[in-house]
Design a protein around this ligand. Structure first.
Ligand SMILES: *Cc1c(COP(=O)(O)O)cnc(C)c1O
Length: 410
């Protein structure tokens, strides 16, 4: 066992020996009183290799989805060399964890001091912006640097995504011409970026956005060196099962090939969720049952922020030996804190005989879930165990098996 600190400065214990029981974690043996986080390095590594091998351009990891240093290291070891950071603390974290990584500061509204420190102390050369004010900030903060890659963020529709990113950032159609023109004069390389919203359920989200990009390029008549399609690549959740990621990659590739950009133009993406959703899950204990409501020991202020605040659904599984034979019915969850807000409406389908003392695994919490935990009201736990079993759902397992069977055939 060794102690280390995660991005928030909380001490976390990771057991060196992977616990490799059939289910990955032996409930009967541990009987955990606090929620336990299970991490699956192989799942994150597989997702990263998938993007590195199949995305027809460069994949950089959006650090906000899960800033844990272990995960950053796994992604680096799996071929992810570029990191999308949004704050000076993320810049420092990645610079410290992966000194050779390339950092791209992709938050379109930054403190001037943060831009200066990123540029002069951490060698950051790529920045995004969505206004003339931000362009002027970047010019001042870098003292007129001539080695910048500047990506103009366009506002695009979030209509195909489960989580909108359409209102806050992005230049509107009437503003892009002048902004692209002025940015072209400052930038060594000019990029255009956007974000279609998180968990985009169809590749069309990207082809529609690429049409916006085309119109903007034609309108401004500038040479563009980078097209960055942002994040939004989906993962799989109950009721939100997306088409295969290859379809997204093909759609993006086709749209990119037909854009009026320079011959050497690069295609980038900034996946967050898709690289780390499968990386972790939690095990919670049922402390009380009231009809179809289960009181569990993690919630809105723990890893289940999205389940509480935006009604996100996650896969669940009752961990009981022998297995329950009752049929599945819909439950909602209450978390451990003392307020009504700590409520996850679900529905979460579990065997009808769930009772206090049972353990439940809640899957697909590697993206955003783990990153948003707090210690509010004295709840929450840092116990983390490395396991080697499969995540409850995977977009990549099948692709992996296909590769394996191809190898056998050869
Ligand atoms: C949040 C964010 C991402 C990652 O989005 P996902 O939906 O998790 O893939 C990428 N780029 C930017 C600029 C973001 O704000």
């Amino acid at each position: 066992m060794h102690k280390h600190h995660n991005a928030l400065g909380l001490a976390t214990t990771i057991s060196d020996a992977a616990v490799s029981f059939e289910r990955g974690y032996d409930i009967a043996k541990h009987g955990p009183v606090q929620p336990v986080t299970l991490i699956r390095p192989h799942a994150a590594s597989r997702a990263a290799r998938f993007f590195v091998e199949k995305f027809p351009g460069r994949s950089m990891y959006a650090v906000k989805a899960n800033p844990s240093p272990e995960l950053l290291q796994i992604l680096w070891d799996s071929g992810i060399t570029h990191y999308d950071v949004a704050s000076l603390n993320e810049v420092r974290l990645v610079a410290r964890t992966l000194p050779e990584a390339t950092l791209c500061f992709m938050h379109p509204v930054k403190a001037e001091e943060a831009i200066a420190q990123a540029y002069f102390e951490h060698n950051v050369r790529t920045f995004s912006l969505d206004s003339i004010e931000e362009l002027e900030k970047i010019e001042r903060a870098t003292r007129g640097a001539e080695d910048l890659t500047l990506c103009v963020r366009l506002r695009v529709s979030s209509e195909h995504s489960k989580l909108s990113l359409a209102s806050k950032f992005g230049a509107a159609p009437g503003e892009t011409k002048e902004l692209l023109f002025r940015t072209r004069q400052v930038a060594d390389a000019l990029g255009i970026c956007f974000h279609v919203g998180s968990q985009a359920m169809t590749p069309e989200a990207y082809s529609n956005a690429m049409e916006r990009v085309r119109a903007a390029i034609v309108d401004a008549a500038v040479t563009v060196d980078v097209i960055d399609v942002g994040g939004g690549f989906p993962s799989s959740y109950p009721g939100m099962e997306p088409p295969p990621l290859e379809h997204y990659f093909e759609t993006i590739h086709r749209a990119f090939e037909s854009l009026p950009v320079s011959y050497s133009a690069e295609l980038w993406a900034e996946p967050g969720r898709a690289l780390c959703a499968e990386y972790s899950s939690i095990i919670v204990r049922v402390e009380k049952r009231r009809g179809d409501e289960l009181y569990i020991n993690d919630g809105a202020y723990g890893a289940l922020f999205d389940a509480a605040h935006i009604g996100w659904r996650f896969p669940v599984e009752l961990l009981r030996e022998p297995e329950s034979r009752a049929k599945d019915v819909a439950f909602s969850f209450y978390g451990p804190t003392c307020d009504d807000l700590d409520h996850m409406v679900g529905p979460f389908y579990l065997p009808a005989d769930v009772k206090a003392g049972d353990y439940i695994e809640i899957g697909m919490l590697g993206a955003y879930g783990s990153a948003m935990r707090t210690a509010f009201n004295g709840f929450g736990s840092d116990e983390t165990i490395v396991v080697t079993d499969e995540p409850m759902v995977s977009l990549y397992e099948r692709a992996d098996r296909q590769v394996a069977s191809n190898v056998v055939k050869l």
